[in-house]
Write a protein that binds this ligand. Structure first.
Ligand code: NAI
Length: 247
């Protein structure tokens, strides 16, 4: 992919999709700014990336805390040309039993976190002539499933925030898009997908397989690339056709 940003900040970069995005972007020649609450974990990833010939820095950040986010931005070695709002938590539980603290934590991390990061990054990007923001939502932001009401609501709101930001920030040369992964196999969920319920879920995906982390690479790079200059305000599903599964 050509015309990629020179620096990209990835939140929640200590594990899962975020750590994978850090490695992928670094391999594409981008300076990655790896943010997470656990500095030791992102330091270790930055060291790994540098040892492999890439360019990376690590920064401590709690996305729910404006003071922490502002301090992290202030400590970066160079301005952020693009942002990947990836930090997120599941907060599973039935809508009847969900406690208020869980609901608040899901909204604070998945929605308010992206709001805070995007606002601070966009002010910088606007001053520097533009940029790109990718909000990592989910197919659960576009449809619902049982037991994930808070999560699905937070991701639907994130998709709407994406569109509103795209509308307001186009004049500053900032593109804002949502990446909506389907079910991606990671070490955290591998056990579930080995169960009967997990296998039944996989059979409902038209491609009859889970996504892999690598399946997200081209869509992510595309959304970040200047070659996608006319693409803004979209929610791009990457789900093996799960959203178009037969009713
Ligand atoms: P994960 O739990 O491995 O990664 C989430 C990351 O966010 C972790 O590094 C965690 O420390 C960080 N995080 C959580 N709260 C934070 C906070 N307050 N401040 C800073 N960092 C914080 O989960 P995974 O699967 O890698 O998920 C990453 C993103 O992808 C999430 O937004 C998730 O909703 C989304 N997603 C994941 C899918 C999957 O199948 N794994 C499918 C669709 C979306």
């Amino acid at each position: 992919m050509r015309d990629l940003p020179k620096s990209v900040l990835v939140t929640g970069a200590s594990s899962g999709l975020g750590a994978h995005f850090g490695r992928t972007l670094a391999r594409a020649g981008i300076h990655v700014q790896l943010a997470a609450r656990r500095l030791d974990l992102v330091e270790a990833l930055a060291t790994e990336i540098r040892a492999a010939g890439g360019s990376a820095e690590a920064v401590a950040m709690d996305v729910t805390d404006r003071v922490s986010v502002e301090a992290a931005f202030a400590g970066l070695t160079c301005p952020t040309q693009a942002l990947v709002n990836n930090a997120g938590i599941p907060g599973e539980g039935s809508a009847l039993d969900m406690d208020e603290a869980t609901f608040d934590a899901v909204m604070d991390t998945n929605l308010k976190g992206a709001f805070l990061l995007s606002q601070i990054a966009a002010r910088q990007m606007a001053a520097n002539g533009g940029g790109a923001i990718v909000n990592v939502a989910s197919i659960l932001g576009l449809r619902v499933a049982g037991g994930v009401s808070a999560y699905a609501t937070s991701k639907a709101a994130l998709v709407q925030l994406t569109k509103a930001q795209a509308l307001e920030w186009a004049r500053f040369g900032i593109r804002v898009n949502a990446l909506c992964p389907g079910y991606i196999e990671t070490p955290l969920n591998a056990d579930f997908f080995a169960t009967d319920a997990g296998q039944a879920l996989v059979r409902r995906i038209p491609q009859r397989r889970l996504g892999t982390l690598a399946d997200l690479d081209a869509p992510l790079l595309m959304l970040l690339s200047g070659e996608a200059r006319y693409v803004t305000g979209i929610a791009l599903p990457v789900d093996g056709g799960h959203l178009v599964s037969s009713l």
